[in-house]
Write a new protein. Structure first.
Lengths: 463, 428
């Protein structure tokens, strides 16, 4: 017995030793070493003599990584993709081929995964390419890779990627925010889209979803917007670019994108001219903007655009909810704007607006910006399918004054409403009017009501 | 040669192991080994008496200590670096996955073994006089083990960790009056976040290990002072049960029958503070039943140690510790589950928060602590303790059933879903 136990102890110790060696062997033979050997052989082929060949082949294997604190990532892709930054490797087989056409996006400053997706930390193919469980952003296919530009270029036009700007425009004009939150603003009927670009959804799924929501996601409350294939593609690009990741200042497009041209476009879009003049040309409600960039600091102007009341109590200027780049662009435009600019802008807008018209216009913008149009339509026509609600669809708002007073409508906007049910035994209708009182100020809601009333079609005389 | 022998002698300072004196000195001149007696009872070494579960638990703890210190070299306890460090362990640290796997599987193993050890002690009635308080210390060690496992669960900072701790601490917050505050102190806030990660880390690598080491020392010391392991049930002598006399704990009724039996040997422990020497009387029969700890006890312990180590290593080569995506407070998995050993409680909570979150855990802990004081039956024989054995078995089975149901039979929305049915969740 005692002897047996001693033998058993000896055997078990040997087993433990073998297991440690097995684990060490497992750790010591990762797949990236094989790739590095292949690459060295490829490199050695180009060497003129045996000594140089031997020197190349003797390079010890090591992990290559690009540390990108500004992008909060570490990319080890070049551990296998060894020729990515070596122009002589332009005809080499993958994974060693040279990556041409990076432009200003040099690999040592931008890494790989910010555009390509995948798991930069990983050092074996399957994990690195990210098509594994519990990794949210697998490698993007070639078709969709340009969508990644939108991760840093969050505003304005991105050169060579019209899809992004178009997708962004569709998102803001088709009322997507009515149901979907993006960066904290929007409804809660549909899922939050703030991190949709890191959601492990395939581009193909997204695209088919935009074409026919119910075909890929049965029972989805999302209406079919009858997008064209191009529009679906644009929106897919935009979705893939959405991320809440903080990009360091070096990587954000802020320095390069905002220019006076974009600022001028915003100046027109936001209707600044209805209150402001430049060099005496324009409306007189707000201050003349000539030389405003000399009178105030950049910070002051930026803050004024963020929160007019805070900088200048009692200011009648609305908050426009502009993003950083947009504000910078506007300031850039103000620095160069002349009365001639204003004349040309005004020539597209024949007359100054009255305060009522301004309020109605602001209401229309709110109606679009906060996503009301998603269900009620850009022309208030309604008509989006809502099974088991009375009438089976979202009602038109063109006759709302027939049934409600303005105050009642304001109350409905504030508190939300569940539509009357057609068949009590059936499932509740997927769409309902959310409560907006936490998202919209009373002023916003009043302006929206003003806008609705401005659009009411006249009652028939026979009433 | 003489110099070498002299150096060796200066280290070991004992007679050769071929002599009985040398075997004894090996034990009591060595600070690490002297927790053993020089001689142990042969029957107590039998595997099917203790299953060496206490030893296995201790050895697992040693594995955890060594792998844990190694892991600390690669870990930063703040999000999201904590998660990145897990990925680094997986992809770039030499033998990193092996290291983390060993720590993970040893941790689960320790929870299991500490529980099995408790069951063994209960079924053999070994918590009875004079070992009542050591049972209580054992319960404390069980709770500390759960605490260590629970705090370690959060450290990878992935979805699994984040939501298990969120659910786990929520269960705790159902306790009336103090539950909310305790949760807040533990988390350093109202939700699991940076502060919680740092606090769990401090608890995991400093506070709880220190506590468990201290209590383990007390536990071992008392095992020794209570006369080593309890006698196997099959060796119990009916008439002697009551009058077991033990070193360090003389019963008032124990007779100091020094000059009595002829063949019996009496061992004395002198220099006792009370001034009264304590004696243990050993019958000749018992004397014949003892063996030297070297090599009989040591070789068995060494075999158990190596068996434990090889088992954990084998598991670590073939099974990877789970790592899900980075913790995301905005994305609740459905269902969100506590660590498996708390799933019994979560199952109860799903029926009644008061029952599962407050009543059941409190009663369980109190009942466990009180067992040696409530069970006044002096007999350790299974035939004499049918009722309490059934009660304990019910407690064990109920716990296991609840854990199995919570682990394998609960799907999205905590609905009853058998494990062989695949539920697609996540898609809206």
């Amino acid at each position: 017995m005692e002897r047996r136990l001693q033998q058993l102890f000896f055997v078990l110790s040997l087993v433990a030793l073998a297991l440690i060696l097995a684990a060490a062997w497992q750790a010591n033979s990762p797949s990236w070493k094989t790739y590095q050997k292949q690459f060295l052989q490829l490199e050695a082929q180009g060497e003129p003599n045996a000594v140089a060949k031997a020197a190349v082949l003797a390079t010890p294997p090591q992990i290559h990584q690009t540390l990108l604190p500004g992008l909060q990532r570490v990319d080890r892709c070049t551990t296998c993709h060894l020729g990515a930054d070596d122009p002589t490797m332009k005809d080499a087989p993958e994974p060693f081929r040279y990556h041409a056409g990076l432009g200003p996006h040099i690999a040592s400053r931008f890494g790989c995964t910010i555009c390509h997706g995948g798991q930069g930390l990983a050092t074996d193919k399957e994990d690195a390419h990210g098509n594994v469980e519990f990794w949210q952003t697998p490698l993007l296919s070639k078709e969709y890779i340009r969508a990644s530009c939108g991760r840093c270029h969050k505003e304005g036009d991105v050169p060579d990627v019209p899809e992004l700007a178009e997708g962004r425009h569709l998102f803001e004009t088709q009322g997507c925010r009515g149901c979907h939150k993006l960066n904290g603003v929007g409804g809660s009927i549909g899922p939050d889209l703030t991190e949709e670009g890191a959601n492990h959804r395939s581009p193909d799924w997204l695209e088919r979803h935009f074409l026919a929501p119910n075909a890929v996601s049965a029972g989805s409350a999302m209406p079919n917007f009858h997008f064209t294939r191009e529009q679906a593609r644009d929106l897919t690009y935009y979705m893939l670019s959405l991320t809440s990741e903080e990009m360091g200042t070096f990587f954000s497009s802020m320095r390069s994108i905002p220019g006076p041209a974009y600022g001028r476009q915003l100046f027109v879009e936001k209707n600044c001219v209805s209150c402001h003049a430049v060099g005496g040309v324009g409306a007189k409600t707000g201050p003349d903007l000539e030389g405003v960039t000399k009178r105030h600091s950049m910070e002051w102007l930026d803050e004024q655009l963020v929160n007019p009341e805070l900088v200048y109590p009692g200011s009648a200027m609305p908050e426009y909810d502009l993003e950083t780049n947009a504000r910078k662009a506007l300031v850039a435009f103000m620095a160069v704007a002349t009365s001639d600019d204003l004349k040309s802008i005004l020539s597209g807008k024949p007359r100054a607006q009255s305060p009522e018209e301004i309020a109605i216009e602001a209401g229309k913008q709110d109606f679009s910006r906060f996503g009301c149009v998603g269900c009620h339509g850009t022309e208030l026509q309604g008509g989006v399918a809502n099974p088991n609600a009375q009438g089976g669809e979202v009602p038109s708002l063109l006759h709302v004054s027939d049934d409600y007073t303005k105050d009642e409508v304001i109350a409905i906007i504030r508190n939300g409403r569940v539509p009357p049910i057609d068949n009590p035994a059936g499932p509740p209708p997927p769409l309902y009017m959310p409560s907006w009182k936490h998202l919209l100020s009373d002023e916003d809601i009043n302006r929206i009501a003003d806008y609705l009333w401005s659009k009411q079609q006249l009652k028939k005389d026979s009433w | 040669m003489n110099l070498i022998r002299e150096i060796w002698q200066s280290i070991v300072r004992r007679d050769p192991l071929s002599t009985d004196k040398g075997k004894s000195e090996l034990v009591f001149l060595n600070v690490w080994l002297h927790i053993h007696p020089a001689k142990v009872k042969k029957e107590n070494l039998k595997f099917n008496h203790s299953f060496y579960l206490g030893f296995i638990t201790f050895f697992l703890f040693l594995i955890l200590l060594t792998t844990g210190i190694a892991l600390m070299c690669y870990y930063r306890p703040y999000p999201p670096q904590a998660y990145q460090d897990m990925k680094d362990l997986q992809f770039v640290v030499f033998m990193g996955p092996f290291l983390r796997n060993m720590h993970r599987w040893a941790a689960h193993g320790m929870v299991v073994c500490v529980f099995l050890h408790m069951c063994r002690v209960f079924y053999t009635g070994s918590y009875k006089k004079p070992r009542q308080f050591n049972w209580v210390i054992g319960v404390v060690l069980l709770l500390l083990t759960l605490g260590l496992s629970f705090t370690g669960y959060l450290l990878p900072w992935d979805q699994l960790a984040y939501w298990a701790i969120t659910v786990g601490t929520n269960i705790g917050s159902y306790a009336p009056f103090i539950g909310g505050q305790v949760r807040e102190i533990l988390l350093g806030g109202h939700t699991v976040g940076e502060a919680a990660l740092l606090r769990f880390y401090v608890l995991h690598v400093a506070v709880l290990p220190a506590a468990i080491i201290l209590f383990t020392i007390v536990h071992f010391w008392r095992v020794r002072k209570d006369g080593g392991l309890s006698r196997p049930v099959w060796k119990l002598k009916p008439e002697k049960t009551e009058a077991l006399v033990t070193i360090g704990a003389p019963a008032e009724t124990a007779p100091l029958n020094i000059a009595a039996a002829s063949k019996d040997k009496t061992y004395g422990l002198m220099e006792v503070v009370t001034g009264k020497p304590i004696f243990e009387t050993v019958t000749a029969e018992e004397e014949a039943d003892t063996v030297f700890s070297y090599p009989y006890a040591f070789v068995r312990e060494a075999v158990v140690l190596m068996a434990t180590v090889t088992t954990i290593m084998t598991m670590s080569i073939f099974m990877n510790a789970p790592l899900e995506e980075l913790a995301n407070p905005a994305k609740t998995p459905n269902p969100a589950k506590a660590p498996w050993y708390f799933l019994g409680l979560q199952e109860l909570v799903s029926h009644s928060a008061l029952l599962g979150g407050v009543v059941a855990p409190t009663l369980m802990v109190l009942a466990l602590i009180a067992i040696p004081y409530l069970d006044r039956n002096p007999s350790r024989r299974p035939a004499d303790r049918k009722l309490i054995l059934w009660l304990f078995t019910f407690f064990v089975v109920a716990n296991l059933v609840l854990i199995v149901v919570g682990t394998f039979f609960r799907g999205p929305g905590w609905a009853l879903v058998p494990p062989w049915v695949h539920v697609i969740s996540g898609a809206e």
